[in-house]
Each structure stands twice: as C-alpha cells, then as structure tokens.
Design a protein. Structure first.
Length: 117
C-alpha cells in the first residue's frame, strides 16, 4: 500500500513563504509523475504544480513565478516551495502520485495552508 504524507502547512501572513513536503512510501518513486493539488472551501480540487519522472514541471497560471515544485528521488520526497503567498492560496494542499498504465493514482491526506494577517 502506497502512503503519501504531507507536511509543512500552517498559518502564514500574505507575502510569506512555506515549503510543503510529501514523503512517499513504496519503491520505484522515481518512475512516477507527482503533483500538488489544492482545494479551497466550496471549490473543486485543482492542480497547482506537477513534476514528471524526468523532472519536467508545469504550473497553474495562478502560481507561476511564485511556487516551485521539486523532487528528491533519493528521499522519496516531493516539495512545493511557495513564495509571496496570497489569501487566495489558502486551501488544503494534497500530494498525488499520478497514475500510469500499470498503477492507479494515490493521494495524501492533505495539509492546511492558511494565509491571513
């Protein structure tokens, strides 16, 4: 059973920074694409940033230039560095191991990010 454990969420003032981490259990972490998603109250879950097994990245327009996704395959961990946070970034942030043709996707339990003065 794959487990994804997010950490690093919390309360931050507008303009502040947070770094989220997602530690994955299981083997072959490096072959999977990974993603960070978020869901604010009353809204649908949305993709924030993704990183492929090869290290290519993509971002939602709303976070480009402020957020950076990265991965450390030796630690089975994916990160989301969030800078210049805005109140509209407040949400529960979820890590996902993306599905491939052999395995389904897996979600973490989420970590709350609150942006408020």
């Amino acid at each position: 059973q794959v487990q994804l454990v997010e950490s690093g969420g919390g309360l931050v003032q507008p303009g502040g920074s947070l770094r989220l981490s997602c530690a994955a259990s299981g083997s072959l972490f490096s072959i999977y694409d990974m993603g960070w998603y978020r869901q604010a109250p009353g809204k649908q879950r949305e993709l924030v940033a993704g990183i492929t097994s090869g290290g290519s990245t993509n971002y939602a327009d709303s976070v480009k230039g402020r957020f950076t996704i990265s991965r450390d395959n030796a630690k089975n961990t994916v990160y989301l560095q969030m800078n210049d946070l805005k109140p509209e970034d407040a949400a529960v942030y979820y890590c996902k191991r993306e599905p491939n043709k052999w395995r389904p996707g897996y979600w973490g339990q989420g970590t709350q990010v609150t942006v408020s003065s």
